[in-house]
Design a protein around this ligand. Structure first.
Ligand code: EPU
Length: 338
């Protein structure tokens, strides 16, 4: 494969960062990825794997190889009376994959409709929305080991999924390239409508009775109403994670701010809404140059045009400092920064 040199990346990351790659290649098969990994021209240089580019902030030119994982294909690989197992290539765009499974009459991914990005990135951060996480339907994935090019299978336990977390963000960071993802979907739907906005949206849509497609449509409407479309305004979704804090701290804050949203978390902890904290600290709708905080969802940092990575990072740092000062809570980045 012949990579291209000095390749512009602006269209390949949803934040719209105008940076370039010293070398760029798009790989449509496992063999092509293996070939590029073994290529001596890229030894010792940076190697960045891009999927849909929807959860990264590219803050500089990449002095090495940017490899776009473009492995495609969706296959129903197995089924029984209750379930069907569907495998997608890592390069399949996530939302069309979700809609494809809904078209097959299969339930499980409907709450995860309209999440930007490609399927291969979904297990990395255990994507989640509206009461469902990928881990709830995940069966297994195949990944290439960058150290020797071998293909390794990971079951659900191997992935060590957590809230927006997996082994691929921890111990195995930068070690594996996910090439396929298999989910176990249900022929007999179990709906997840605990997230109040879904029922409210279904009512507003005049829909009576739950269907897989109805939930997907409701989720699409909710997301479109508050999350900016990356095709129109550069962003990478939630920039920070919702922090998990000691219950004692949360209870003290609740006395001061009774309206503050909180969610149950692991033993002795509670999860807070970072968007609420950022809004309360006064940042919602803030803009300096082309870097800003979205006016409808404070958890989303946006690029109105030509913001540089360092401007977004500077804004993020100022937000972290002010939330820390006001609430004694440190916000952790959700977006991967290069
Ligand atoms: N809120 C505010 N002000 C804001 C934003 C939110 O007060 O500017 C409040 C809301 O009113 C609500 C609470 O915070 O009471 C939570 O807000 P929302 O339901 O919009 O969800 P979120 O916690 O901000 C998380 C995920 C989203 C996911 C939604 C829905 C993280 C980091 N983000 O956001 O995921 O779509 O829940 O499940 O967990 C992403 O990861 O990129 C992403 C968009």
């Amino acid at each position: 494969m012949q990579p291209q040199s000095n390749y512009p990346l602006r269209k390949l990351n949803t934040f719209g960062m105008d940076v370039s790659a010293r070398y760029f290649a798009s790989a449509g098969s496992i063999g092509e990825i293996q070939e590029l990994l073994l290529d001596s021209r890229f030894r010792g240089l940076d190697q960045v794997i891009l999927g849909g580019g929807s959860n990264v902030l590219l803050s500089r030119d990449i002095n090495g190889l940017v490899l776009k994982n473009d492995i495609r294909g969706i296959f129903k690989i197995r089924e029984d009376e209750r379930y069907a197992w569907v495998q997608a290539g890592a390069g399949e765009p996530w939302h069309p994959f979700v809609r494809h499974t809904i078209g097959l009459g299969l339930a499980g991914l409907e709450n995860l409709s309209l999440i930007p990005g490609n399927t291969g990135a979904a297990p990395m951060q255990n994507i989640g929305a509206y009461g469902v996480e990928l881990k709830d339907v995940f069966e297994e994935l195949e990944a290439l080991d960058r150290t020797d090019g071998s293909l390794v299978r990971f079951g659900v336990r191997d992935c060590e999924f957590g809230y927006r977390d997996s082994i691929f963000k921890g111990k195995f960071r930068d070690r594996f390239i996910i090439v396929t993802v298999t989910v176990r979907l249900s022929k007999i739907p179990e709906f997840h409508i605990e997230y109040g906005a879904i029922t409210r949206e279904l009512e507003a849509m005049g829909v009576s009775g739950l269907t897989i497609d109805g939930i997907s449509q409701a989720v699409m409407r909710i997301r479109s109403s508050k999350l900016p479309d990356p095709a129109l305004i550069g962003n990478a979704g939630s920039f920070f994670k919702n922090p998990e804090c000691p219950a004692s701290l949360v209870e003290a804050l609740k006395d001061q701010y009774p309206e503050m949203p909180v969610y149950p978390a692991a033993e002795g902890k509670m999860k807070m809404a970072a968007g609420w904290l950022i809004e309360k600290a006064g940042w919602k709708g803030y803009r300096k140059g082309d870097a800003g905080v979205h006016p409808l969802q404070a958890l989303v940092l946006v690029n109105y045009g030509h913001a540089k990575g360092e401007e977004i990072l500077e804004l993020a740092g100022r937000i972290q400092a002010s939330v820390e000062e006001m609430f004694k809570i440190s916000l952790e980045r959700e977006v991967n920064v290069y």
